[in-house]
Design a protein around this ligand. Sequence first.
Ligand SMILES: [Zn+2]
Length: 210
Amino acid sequence: MNITVGEKIKLLAGDDFWAGVNNVFTDFEGDLAIKFSSRIGNKTRRGRKAVGYAYRPVDKNKNKYTVTVWPEYKNKRGALLHELAHILTYVKNGTQVKGHGKEFYQNFRELFYLLGELLFDECEFFIANTCFSLNKNYKFFNLCLSASDCNDLKDKDKKFLFKLSAGEEFGYKNKSYKLYKKDPMYYLCKRKNGFGYVKINKFIKVDVYE
Ligand SMILES: [Zn+2]
């Protein structure tokens, strides 16, 4: 996919984010334009504010997709990720699947695993909202994310596993581990005084030792 990103939004999400997005969409055909739109955000649909839109081509041969997000929304990257998951669903699963159905969540999960950690630092709001709603729909988050995680981000004794480097030690469920290797979704960890390795979801919160 040929992706063009508006200047302001490009700066906001950062180079790492866009490199990741390009990787995800590279094998698909078409043009994708991503930009801010001040025309959305104050519209009410079913009692909620729309903060972003993903448009697919009306004419199948044109292959031009658009994502717009509202510049005033607090969690712009979260909105971006959500709308990009819609585009990914259009190109992978077609237009016959439900807007926020199983396929959408699978694609959201894929994007989240690749890019989610880039959103965390400023996105307590994202965790409280987007992930919490994901948790209800799709159980994979029940290990790690809930609305209370906003407080844990400020708790010095806890860190998300993805924040650690290989070789660092951490506690999880009263057991001690050492981070061995970072894979995209699960990190390979070695139990202290134990045998073999275990795969642990990189978005869990762990105890950190001083
Ligand atoms: Zn949506």
